[in-house]
Design a protein around this ligand. Sequence first.
Ligand SMILES: Nc1ncnc2c1ncn2[C@@H]1O[C@H](COP(=O)(O)OP(=O)(O)OP(=O)(O)O)[C@@H](O)[C@H]1O
Ligand SMILES: [Mg+2]
Length: 291
Amino acid sequence: MPAHTATAALEPPAPAPRPVTGTTPAERHSLDVALQGVGRSFTTAEGPRTVLRDVTLTVSPGEVLAVIGASGCGKSTLLRAVGGLDTAFDGRVLIGGSPVLPYDERTAVGFQEPRLLPWRTIRRNVELGLPRGLDRAEGRERVHHLLELVGLAPFADHRPREVSGGMAQRTSLARALARRPGVLLLDEPFGALDALTRLRMQDLLLDVHAATGTTVLLVTHDVEEALQLADRVLLLSRPRPVPGGPDPAPGATVGRIVDVPGPRPRDRADAGLARLRSDLLEGLGVESHSH
Ligand SMILES: Nc1ncnc2c1ncn2[C@@H]1O[C@H](COP(=O)(O)OP(=O)(O)OP(=O)(O)O)[C@@H](O)[C@H]1O
Ligand SMILES: [Mg+2]
């Protein structure tokens, strides 16, 4: 394994925001997401276990919503429901006003690991994300523009093992965008990257959002990332059990939805953001010593 610094040195600088040829305003695409009383229980050896309860929320078209919460509170479970990867949830999920479908093609999902096919080139991996039935020439052009957007055009003919972790993750992002999703679902997409690459990927996500207009649901452990990228933050938390009493409400609930003020990119040193940061860290059960 190369050291993180070596990986970062291989990383080409994040591309500057620029209009992408072919991404005309008419092609910008975003859909709203409505969660209505969404819950999920699993059957386990110890009996039924409720993970999510009664999550109700509307995400506007083009909004970036960050989802944070302690490990195991149900963030991935929620994202899977929105993407149609899990259909056994309670309540309703509407995408653009109509119910989510199994493996809903109006959405695309990106994961913590890039999940690329090692024997395919970067370009051919991105092609895997194209919707079925798309004209071949149009597909090739779309992939070309996406590789430019994520700064990978010079590496299009490389195999995944020949590129850095950050570049593999950019490939995964481009593959998700190839479908031109109305809603982009990202589950800890930068969680496995070194700190510098992670910051570059955050900038890249903002560029991608500016270029495509897609609605983004971003699951992250990183409060700082949420504050840099999101319009609003959904903090999932479990109600505190009453000492000695029965568990009042098992399962995670919507703790709180927080507006993040100010246009992006945001000043990390901003006093309002600092207050919000300690507030969210407290909500996660982490002591904050920032002020
Ligand atoms: N198919 C399943 N069967 C049983 N339990 C499950 C299943 N899928 C998830 N769970 C449980 O639901 C809970 C929430 O899981 P989930 O993966 O959504 O958490 P998370 O918030 O994404 O956590 P992390 O931050 O660690 O990724 C966990 O306790 C997990 O064990
Ligand atoms: Mg998860």
